[in-house]
Design a protein. Structure first.
Length: 309
């Protein structure tokens, strides 16, 4: 890939019935201090209300960057992501990088500059960054518990990243996966991004982390509940087992998976009397380990939680 002095970036935003979140994202993205060329494509995955398309129609005429919306009729977030990826890779002129933001997020003005800086300095194929929760109910004990704190790494090369909500990828690398970058088997369960990263890692592609490329996630009251956190951990458990099964290359794969599942359940259950001494946050950590283990076992029997149905 022949890169420009300041790379051209195509920002992809899948959306489904979050018009206010999308408007907030686009408003913050427009404040970017990145010096290079930016294009934005929104892919609305709702053919009924097309609320995302309405927002884009309202904002596009005066928007600072080229902005357009496509409506993807096939339900499932993987279809929206993949439609955006194909659009970015086939754009003219071709961008150097493709970035992703989700419709419940919004970036800091220096977000894209930080992502590009790390991509260039490390020559990584894929760069990730942290996503910080912004609570609608910051006074809630769960919001203050630290349980939503994102995983972070030191800026620089890493073995792999864990989510597409704050991602930058080389366009010429992404083109190699355009048959199905995000596997539609994960269309309603989540996990397609993690599955994609594992495939990229197996293919020898490199990853980096940009810890100063901050993205913020609006976290409503509906996500600030015990039930939500446990369902979420159950889902990540099912994701992990499904990906392990997909990538397993040895006869001991099932044994390893069951050991992981039972280990999580055992850790969560046995630690509960001790973590309870730390109050509700400590107890929640134990319960979340148990929920993840239960999700792993459920996936062995073909049971998944379709959070995005």
């Amino acid at each position: 890939m022949t890169e420009r002095l300041v790379p051209h970036v195509f920002v992809c935003v899948p959306t489904f019935r979050r018009p206010e979140g999308l408007r907030k994202l686009l408003t913050h993205l427009e404040q970017s201090i990145y010096a290079g060329m930016i294009e934005v494509v929104v892919v609305d995955n709702d053919t009924v209300t097309r609320s995302g398309a309405v927002v884009v129609d309202q904002m596009a005429p005066t928007y600072r960057f080229p902005l357009r919306c496509l409506v993807e009729p096939r339900r499932g977030h993987t279809y929206a992501y993949n439609r955006a990826f194909v659009t970015a890779c086939r754009a003219t002129p071709a961008p150097d990088y493709v970035a992703v933001l989700d419709d419940d997020e919004y970036p800091h003005p220096n977000w894209l500059g930080e992502m590009i800086s790390v991509a260039k300095s490390t020559e990584a194929d894929i760069v990730g960054g942290p996503v910080f929760p912004v609570f609608d109910a910051p006074e809630h004990w769960l919001a203050r518990s630290g349980l939503y704190t994102p995983t972070r790494y030191k800026t620089g090369p890493v073995a792999m990243i864990y989510g597409a909500g704050n991602m930058l990828i080389r366009r010429d690398m992404l083109e190699n996966y355009l048959d199905e970058p995000f596997d539609h088997a994960f269309a309603f369960t989540g996990g397609s991004d993690y599955d994609f990263f594992w495939r990229c890692r197996k293919d020898g592609h490199s990853f980096a982390w940009a810890d100063d490329a901050h993205v913020f996630e609006t976290t409503p009251r509906s996500r600030t509940t015990v039930a939500y956190l446990l369902r979420r951990r159950f889902r990540t458990g099912t994701e992990a087992t499904r990906i392990d099964r997909k990538l397993a290359g040895s006869v001991d794969g099932p044994l390893r998976r069951w050991c992981k599942a039972l280990g999580l359940i055992g850790t969560g259950t046995l630690s509960l009397p001790f973590t309870a001494l730390g109050g509700r946050p400590g107890m929640m950590r134990s319960l979340m380990w148990t929920a993840r283990g239960a999700g792993r076992i459920a996936a062995e029997f073909g049971i998944s939680y379709e959070e995005y149905r």
